[in-house]
Structures are given as structure tokens and as C-alpha cells.
Design a protein around this ligand. Structure first.
Ligand SMILES: Cc1ncc(C[n+]2csc(CCOP(=O)(O)OP(=O)(O)O)c2C)c(N)n1
Ligand SMILES: [Mg+2]
Length: 348
């Protein structure tokens, strides 16, 4: 991972520093056994779900766009572990992991991917357009960067209503170069809106590396012109994400306004389902998988500390696989929406 750079946060806590550090030198949360097991299970659910979605796509059960989250699981799981009920989540099109992390049902997500009636958007939204008011998940957006402004609107609503919810807006390194991101930063800083801006820096925007596309590749500094603090986080280590999330959410809830978390992460699969992958070497991908995999890191700690045996971990994997297999069976058996539904629930 890239070295942790000094960001503009002035109020970093120094008390109760755990001994362990993330690979970029940042702090990590001191997880107990239950937290490690929870993180393991949640990340595995996303990984297995995405593997199954990839398979179903290959078999022709899923059509249209489909962007897998494999490799980036620690980001949403670490964030979710720090959130309170009521905090809103909004993201772009690489969104299945975010939905599962908020507690949305695997069946409903898979049914939406396959365009079926019981999907979260009744089979009419697909991979990039799912929502759950109950779980405070606001999409699923295909316009790169648009969710940043919408997420800022959610934060404005929290402020207006006087509740203590925080909006969490995820976007990519590519989206971070969009103009509306900075219009949003300006308003969020001006009105001290409770929003955590999360740049999921997975090093590529489609086939373009950050090195080729961006003048300031330390995305945690992107808010400095507006006085928005930022932290660079090892986004492959779920404990580092949780530590940063705790700090960021506290920052927002205490009325200090927006904050940026740059998650240093990596996607293992292609940008979408058709990606010739000529822009990076197989070695680069393999190195990240073997040295920084978020799930393997937790697994190794659980085994090393004697908190789970290989059999315990296999049992978790089986449970997770069962949930995913059930969602796939359900999604394939569920009927497509009726033709009479063609014009319902849409804006004409
Ligand atoms: C406004 C707009 N411009 C271009 C596109 C085409 N497009 C889709 S994804 C993408 C790359 C975005 O990369 P990044 O923000 O890094 O997210 P990642 O795919 O890495 O998660 C582009 C250019 C789009 N969907 N919307
Ligand atoms: Mg990217």
C-alpha cells in the first residue's frame, strides 16, 4: 500500500493507541473475537455473492451492466460496523457490497440483478439501481459523481430535520475528478453538513490509472481548499476502516461538518463484465490478492489468536454459500415483471 500521508485533520486522537498498525501506518480498531467473526462473515458474504453474480452473468441470467466489488469488501464492512441505524448510504454502480452491508436481503438483490419481480426495484432497475428506504440505502447510481451531490442533499436533510444521522457518500477515484463533487464540498463545508465523503481509490477508473488521470492523487487532500479534513486509510484492512469510520462519524455527529476518507483499495475483477484488462499486469493483481486480501487478513488473525478453528471458518463459509445459493435459486425461479408493469414506478 502507499505510505500514509499527513492529511489535514487536526484533531486526531492519540489516546488509547492500539499497538497494531495498518500497512500504511494508520491506526486500527482493536477488534474482539465477535467483531473479527462479524467482519469475516460479512466480507465473505459479499465475496461469495459477487462470485455467484459473475457466474450467473456468464450464464446469461443477468444482463446489462454489472460491476463486481470483489477485493473492496473491507471498505463497506468496516464502515457499516461503525454506523448507527438511520445513517444513510449512497454510492455509484459498484453497489452490491454496499447493499448487503446495510442488511438488504441477498434474495432481493439477486432477484433485481436477474430482472425479476421480487427484486428491490421490481426487476426494472438492475444492478445499478436499487434502493431500500428501510435500510437507508439510497442507490445505486450510474452517472459518475452524481451520488455525491445527492448524498450531500441527504446530509442537508439531516441538518434541516435536526436529527443526528450522518450521510455516507461513496465515490471512486475517477468520480473524484468530477466538478459537481467540488460544488458539493463547498456547500457541505459552508453549512457544516454531516457527511462522510468516501473516495474508494481502487487505482483505476475503467482502464485509466490514477497516475494517468489525476493531478493530486492523495484524495484525502481534495477538500483542503474548503477546509474539509481528510484521512488516508488502508482500505484493505477492515480494522483500519473501522477506526477511521469511528473518527469520521464522531466528527460529523459533533457538528464539525464534512470529512473525507480516502480508502486505499483494489478491485480484483474487471471494471465491468467486459474488460480486456490490458491496463494492468496479472502480477499486480496477484500481489494484492496474496499480500493484502481483506478476508485472508481476518482469517489469519482468527486462526493465530485461537479464536476460530479451520472447521469453524469452513462452517461460516458453508452458511454464507447457502445464503448465496438460496438467493440464486430464488432469483431464477421468481417471475419477470408483468408487461402491465412496464410504465409503473417510473418517471415519464
Ligand atoms: C458522467 C459520466 N461520465 C462517464 C461515465 C462512464 N463511466 C462509467 S464508470 C467510469 C469510471 C469511474 O471510475 P471510478 O470513479 O474510479 O469508480 P470505479 O469503477 O473504479 O469503482 C466511467 C468513466 C458515466 N457513467 N457517467
Ligand atoms: Mg476507481
Amino acid at each position: 500500500m502507499a505510505p500514509r500521508k499527513t492529511a489535514t485533520v487536526s484533531s486526531r486522537k492519540t489516546a488509547a493507541k492500539p499497538a497494531a498498525k495498518a500497512s500504511n501506518g494508520g491506526p486500527v480498531a482493536d477488534f474482539d473475537r465477535n467483531e473479527e467473526l462479524k467482519a469475516y462473515r460479512e466480507m465473505l458474504l459479499i465475496r461469495r455473492f459477487e462470485e455467484k453474480a459473475g457466474q450467473l452473468y456468464g450464464m446469461g441470467f443477468i444482463g446489462g451492466f454489472c460491476h463486481l466489488y470483489i477485493g473492496q469488501e473491507a471498505v463497506v464492512v468496516g464502515m457499516q460496523m461503525a454506523q448507527k441505524d438511520g445513517d444513510q448510504v449512497i454510492t455509484a454502480y459498484r453497489d452490491h457490497g454496499h447493499m448487503l452491508a446495510t442488511g438488504m436481503e441477498a434474495r432481493g438483490v439477486m432477484a433485481e440483478l436477474t430482472g425479476r419481480r421480487s427484486g428491490y426495484s421490481h426487476g426494472k432497475g438492475g444492478s445499478m439501481h436499487m434502493f431500500s428506504k428501510e435500510k437507508h440505502f439510497y442507490g445505486g447510481h450510474g452517472i459518475v459523481g452524481a451520488q455525491v451531490s445527492l448524498g450531500t442533499g441527504l446530509a442537508f436533510a439531516n441538518r434541516y430535520r435536526g436529527n443526528d444521522s450522518v450521510s455516507i457518500a461513496y465515490f471512486g477515484d475517477g468520480a473524484a475528478n468530477q466538478g459537481q463533487v467540488y460544488e458539493s464540498f463547498n456547500m457541505a463545508a459552508l453549512w457544516k453538513l454531516p457527511i462522510v465523503y468516501i473516495v474508494e481509490n481502487n487505482r483505476y477508473a475503467m482502464g485509466t490509472s490514477t497516475a494517468r488521470a489525476t493531478a493530486q492523487s492523495n484524495y484525502s487532500l481534495r477538500g483542503s481548499g474548503f477546509g474539509i479534513p481528510g484521512i488516508q486509510v488502508d482500505g484493505m484492512d477492515v480494522r483500519a476502516v473501522k477506526a477511521a469510520a469511528d473518527e469520521a462519524l464522531e466528527h460529523c455527529r459533533s457538528g464539525k461538518g464534512p470529512i473525507i476518507l480516502e480508502m486505499l483499495t483494489y478491485r480484483y475483477r474487471g471494471h465491468s463484465m467486459s474488460d480486456p484488462a490490458k491496463y494492468r499486469s496479472k502480477d499486480e493483481v496477484q500481489k494484492m490478492r496474496s499480500e493484502h486480501d481483506p478476508i485472508e487478513q481476518v482469517k489469519a488473525r482468527l486462526v493465530e489468536k485461537g479464536w476460530a478453528s479451520e472447521d469453524d471458518l469452513k462452517a461460516i463459509d458453508k452458511d454464507v454459500r447457502d445464503i448465496v445459493a438460496d438467493s440464486a435459486d430464488f432469483a431464477q425461479a421468481d417471475p419477470e415483471p408483468d408487461v402491465s408493469e412496464l410504465y409503473t414506478d417510473i418517471l415519464l
